[in-house]
Design a protein around this ligand. Structure first.
Ligand code: G3I
Length: 468
């Protein structure tokens, strides 16, 4: 006869083992299950991309991020446009576009082709043609370029920015020669050359409801009724905080989707009048959140592309004097914690994205923690970005302390609990990033105001131990 104590002992042992395994798993798990923006988007059935351009591909720090997993899609900013690809009639040059496609392929990134027919960046030989020759030139351009990239691109912006602000079609070389039918002709020509590429019309200031958006809506409805091959509409989304967020963006995307086309945010950036300050950055973060939420809420919104990821290569300062700071990475290729965090959080992530994917996991230095500190300074305030790397022993809960020499004053922190007493700043872990395995890292950030000088803190302690 077996003792009644045996089953109870076995159950207790099993429970203890389970608890031990669970605790071990908690300690071993990285500080934050870091997910890139594209990984988060993919989990929701969408992509997250960044435009790029050929000159910046020679910057290896830039390409490490572009191809490092944050982005699952890219769009060439210039090198597939008509002025580059067919600068004189019948003479084609695809080298710049080929370079980007090759980069994308080797980094498992899809490409949106941009663009085939556009009134801008159009070589003068096209606009100087007799109107009787424009259709043949347009069809030849589309056929040659789409055939060159056949099977290699996810989508094409076939006609770019065809509308005036009042919702009428621009009277450009194509409209003047062929009337509104040039758009259907362009789409049919592209479809014949690559039946598998998604064919888009793309425009700006159509993100919210209004006359221009209505113009695009009526055009797409009519094209669908005629059986013209159109797969999607691109909403560029070059937003500016001083002009307000587009009206009813989500509902607007949805009404297009209800016509039976995909929708995509194709060129997102959110600019501001410089210098940046806390209020502006808060508004900007909200705009990014709103765009992500709008896309997530619409099943046929296939993805979001930002118009390059870093202020270093943004088109904005060259076009809008005194404006900028529009992208989630700063001029030094550092993530802006609040903007990146807003996008990541809206996509369902932890907000910090962890350490950049291409950076190999640092080898832990026995015994000592490490702190990397950077500040994005706008003269009267700054964002401090701090990455803590744990030493050789796993910890479960941490407190970081450091001091400023000047009058820096904390206004808002994230990814931890921040407080300040005199010049000493204390950060304790958030609920999700307290467990740090040996050598594991986590990032925190905060905004500060200051006057006078803004020197970086000279030393940091983690749980009372000095870090290098
Ligand atoms: O290539 C020349 C270079 O040889 C010359 O030295 C230099 C001097 O300014 O100019 C270079 O050309 C520039 C080109 O970008 C390539 O860098 C043009 O000046 C400049 O105007 C052009 O700007 C591009 C702009 O389209 C033109 O409209 C931006 O990079 C590009 O990001 C922007 O993208 C557009 C989308 O295609 C459509 N939607 C709006 C978006 C923003 O404007």
């Amino acid at each position: 006869m077996s003792s009644p104590l045996r089953p109870r002992l076995a159950a207790v042992l099993a429970l203890a083992l389970g608890v031990l395994l669970a605790l071990t798993a908690m300690v071993m798990r990285p500080a934050s299950a870091a997910s890139t923006l594209d990984q988060l988007a993919k989990a929701k059935g969408k992509y997250f991309g960044s435009a790029t351009d050929n000159p910046e591909l020679s910057n290896s720090a830039y390409t490490a991020i572009l191809g490092g997993g944050e982005f699952g899609a890219t769009t060439p900013g210039n090198s597939m446009k008509w002025d580059t690809t067919e600068p004189s009639r019948g003479s084609f040059n695809f080298s710049g576009g080929d370079t980007i496609v090759s980069f994308a392929k080797s980094h498992n990134v899809i490409v949106r082709g941009h663009n085939l027919v556009w009134h801008s960046q159009l070589p003068s030989w096209v606009s100087s043609l007799p109107s009787t020759q424009v259709q043949a030139a347009m069809e030849n351009h589309i056929t040659t370029e789409v055939t060159h990239y056949k099977g290699q691109l996810y989508a094409w912006d076939v006609v770019n920015e065809p509308f005036n602000e009042d919702g009428t079609l621009r009277t450009d070389a194509f409209y003047n020669a062929m009337g509104s039918g040039y758009i259907a002709d362009a789409l049919r020509t592209a479809h014949a050359a690559d039946p598998n590429a998604k064919l888009y019309l793309n425009d700006y200031n159509i993100e919210g409801t209004g006359a221009k958006s209505d113009g695009m809506y009526n055009l797409v409805k009519s094209l669908k009724q005629q059986g013209v091959p159109i797969d999607g509409v691109g909403f560029e989304s070059h937003l500016a905080i001083q002009y307000g967020f587009p009206t009813n963006m989500q509902q607007n995307l949805q009404r297009f989707a209800d016509l039976g086309v995909d929708v995509a945010v194709t060129e997102l950036d959110v600019r501001m009048q410089l210098p940046a300050d806390t209020t502006k950055v808060n508004t900007q973060a909200q705009y990014y959140t709103n765009v992500v939420n709008a896309c997530l809420a619409v099943t046929r919104c296939v993805g979001i592309t930002i118009w390059d990821y870093t202020d270093k290569y943004s088109w904005i300062p060259g076009t809008f004097s005194g404006e900028g700071s529009a992208l989630p990475w700063d001029e030094n290729l550092n993530k802006k914690p609040q903007i990146y965090g807003a996008i990541s959080t809206a996509l369902g992530g932890t907000g910090d994205g962890g350490t950049p994917t291409p950076t190999p996991t640092p080898t832990p230095t026995p015994g000592s923690c490490k702190v990397a500190y950077s500040a994005n300074d706008w003269g009267t305030g700054f964002t401090a970005n701090i990455t803590i790397t744990n030493g050789s022993s796993a910890i479960n809960g941490w407190t970081l302390k450091f001091s400023y020499a000047g009058n820096q004053q904390l206004s808002q922190g994230w990814s931890g609990t921040w407080s300040q007493s005199g010049s000493t700043v204390t950060v304790t872990n958030a609920s999700w990033n307290g467990g740090l395995a040996a050598g594991a890292s986590t990032s925190v950030g905060a905004n500060f105001t200051y006057s006078g000088s803004n020197t970086a803190p000279g030393s940091f302690t983690l749980n009372g131990t000095a870090c290098s």
